[in-house]
Ligand binder design. Structure first.
Ligand code: CA
Length: 504
């Protein structure tokens, strides 16, 4: 019997998990009435011309013809609804969905909660912040000494990360959009994994001055080293190593303690997606996200260009007027940003998307938005803004994997869930990145890369609730110290700062 996948209880179509021949029996209790390609939609009931076709619980379009249960619904069978213009969206008073409160004994994780902030850390890491790219070579030289000579003496510290980046000078620092890279560099320092130990290496003549990053009382020789004040190479490296040792001694006192889930702030993103990402991995992440937010955690989803065509659906999910207005502001900003480059979101499905069964732009966006589950959106953040809210948060970032990661990091996530179908080894040194595969084929072909596969939804008939629950457990274990695959391998990407402002 051939498996189909229905995402939402309201849906009147499902997806076939492999190529289906006419007459083959399906698990929906009927035979296929025609050949249907893998990943395409099959009608679950008799529907009439003009009826709405529902997938992910939303209207994908209206039917151009009558269909019977077991018919294929292809892209040509639908009249497509266009996403409304942002100017036509209005605040409608909040979502119909309720905040999900979970019954029973609340789960916990073993986090670093030393009263430093609203959220607890999942790792205990010394972060060496930098004001400018110019200092990177010196910091890297000091890093190898810190890792080899010092780290073994401080066993409670999990690692040292240099927050080096390409920003800081040769930039129009007063340009309006420079606020984005500046706040990213600044907010990165206060990630819950770094224990509020501030250590900044500056050059001395850069545009991103210490005053732009730190409060006045934080600018002192305990926290800051200016290389232009040093007498040569050896003193530069020695001074960084000395400062690191003082910070390591303090960080070494941090201890894991049981933390309730309102101390956890995580992010989700997808990259290298395939036709199954929106069917298996992303809805599993969404279910996991609903569990996490139901227990009080903060979960951020992002990737503006990938949610753009479902923005009217996100607008309805905003729980308060401010979140709605911030959503419109952030999406408008991105529309204008793309327009300046004479491009648009190009989210109309590609021929490959259509071959994979995605009929239109809403369906494609819903595959990405599925990561956000069903909770109301409590807060909307601009790129790199610090989060202090609980529940589901939309953090506006580029969809680019290696920009989205650091931007969410600046907003304060201490763990990220990353779904991929085609496969990417993405990882960050600063936080665990749990990678979930959309299919078992890539999971098996790339041992040591993925932490979990959603492929059993296709191969073994599990539901995304089943995988979502496993993922939820894995999140708690990983937040409590279990190493993810990227950490075991030491596969780490750079801190790539989102800079939409001019370089001079
Ligand atoms: Ca991405």
């Amino acid at each position: 019997m051939i498996r189909t996948i229905k995402i939402n209880s309201k849906d009147n179509v499902a997806i076939v998990t492999r190529d289906v021949k006419r007459g083959e029996l399906l698990d929906i209790g009927t035979e296929a009435r025609e050949d249907i390609p893998q990943g395409h939609k099959i009608a679950l009931a008799h529907l009439q011309k003009g009826d709405e076709v529902l997938r992910y619980g939303v209207v994908l379009g209206t039917l151009r013809k009558d269909v019977e249960k077991g018919d294929w619904i292809g892209e040509h069978d639908l009249d497509l609804p266009l996403s409304p213009a942002l100017s036509e969206l209005t605040w409608t008073g909040g979502p119909e969905c309720d905040r999900q409160k979970k019954p029973g004994q609340p789960p916990f994780f073993m986090g670093y909660d030393n009263g430093e902030g609203k959220f607890a850390g999942t790792r205990n890491i010394l972060a060496i912040s930098t004001t400018v790219q110019c200092v990177k070579g010196v910091v890297e030289a000091a890093l190898s000494r810190i890792r080899n000579e010092l780290l073994p003496k401080y066993p409670n510290v999990d690692g040292v990360a240099a927050l080096t980046h390409s920003y800081g000078c040769g930039v129009a620092i007063d340009a309006k959009d420079a606020a984005i890279p500046i706040r990213c560099v600044k907010n990165l320092m206060y990630n819950p994994n770094f224990g509020n130990e501030i250590m900044v290496i500056a050059l001395g003549c850069e545009k991103l001055t210490l005053e732009r990053l730190l409060d006045n009382e934080e600018i002192n020789s305990d926290n800051v080293l200016v290389l232009q004040d040093c007498k040569g190479a050896n003193e530069m490296v020695d001074s960084i190593v000395d400062m690191a040792e003082r910070k390591l001694a303090k960080l070494n006192k941090r201890k894991r303690t049981p933390c309730s889930l309102d101390k956890l702030c995580i992010g989700v993103q997808c990259g290298g997606s395939d036709a199954f990402s929106g069917i298996t991995a992303n809805p599993s992440i969404g279910y996991c996200s609903d569990l996490l937010t139901g227990y009080g955690a903060a979960v951020m989803f992002s990737e503006v260009t990938e949610v753009r065509d479902g923005v009217h659906l996100l607008a309805k999910r905003c729980s308060n007027r401010k979140a709605f207005e911030d959503l419109i502001r952030e999406i408008s900003w991105y529309d204008e940003y793309l327009a300046k480059g004479n491009v648009d979101r190009s989210a109309n499905p590609t021929p490959g998307n259509k071959k994979g069964g995605l009929s239109n732009i809403v369906e494609k966006a819903m595959g990405s938005i599925a990561k956000s589950g069903t909770a109301p959106i409590e807060r909307v953040l601009g790129p790199g803004e610090k989060n202090d809210a609980h529940g589901l948060i939309f953090a506006a970032t580029p969809a680019s994997d290696f920009v989205c990661g650091p931007t969410q990091l600046a907003s304060g996530i201490s763990l990220q869930i990353f779904s991929t179908g085609r496969g990417t080894p993405y990882g960050l040194r600063e936080i665990p990145v749990i990678k979930i595969a959309s299919q078992n084929t890539i999971f098996s072909r790339w041992p040591g890369i993925f932490d979990i596969s959603a492929g059993d939804i296709i191969d073994k008939g599990l539901s995304f609730e089943d995988i979502g629950k496993r993922l939820f457990e894995l999140v708690l274990e990983t937040a409590s110290g279990r190493l993810c695959q990227a950490e075991r391998n030491g596969f780490y990407n750079d801190i790539v700062i989102d800079n939409p402002a001019p370089i001079t």
